[in-house]
Write a protein of this length. Sequence first.
Length: 279
Amino acid sequence: MQKAIGVLNLVCCVLNTVQIDNPCSITVHKTMFYRRIKTRVEQENWFAVAIDFFIVVFGIFAGFQLTEWNADRNDRLAEVTILERLIDEYQENLELLAADRDISESAVTGTAYLLSLIAPKPDPNISDENIALPLVNCLTNPKFIPALGVTNSHMASGDIKLIQSAEIQSRLSQWQAQAQVLIEWEDIERMHGEELILGFTYDYLAWPNIDQYLGQFSVHDSPSKLTSEFQDLFSSKRFEGLLSNRVYNIRASIERIVALEADTQALIELLRYRLQEIR
């Protein structure tokens, strides 16, 4: 009898310490089960007691497994949503980088053209419309502002950890660091462009004429204003050096943009691969 009481107390202890509350709404009716176990213990029907005890343990285990499975399923659904949003965001960044590269390439073309005009004596056949647009392109600097709203939001909330890929999490951090390098480089180049080239041309150039001739390239009967103002400038070795330096710096910016484009495309492919894995 002492042994029976010990078994009964063990079963009751298990029942009192476990509460099952899973998505299937499983409820353990402790009182009914206790009475049934008590009766079988009193009858010393140990086989039935063992079966009932096994059922309890199995039910508890199954409940835990169902809860864990449901939590994992919810995490995977959340991961799918995060991956889809990240793919859209970095596709947008690809477009922003492409626009950034176009501006930089136009700046190189415009600067290279102005550089080709450097000569002891300016070409008398050069018209204002030949100079105005390349000059504007030369002095136009891209400003990359990455789309990182989704990335930053999930990183701040910790949801980024739901992505079960250490490589993706690492790539996301690396991408932001690389984007920051490009942003800082463009800021420096913008400052140099304004201080070195734009500042140096103030003595020679009436800026309203640029806007005027950009919209009125058809004016041919008036004296060339921009060209005359650039006569001394185009024979300046200092200006030649500034233009050469600008071409070099802008090309370096383009190399950084192209590298970041490649990394962005690789990140998108990695996100898509992970998305296919869990679908």
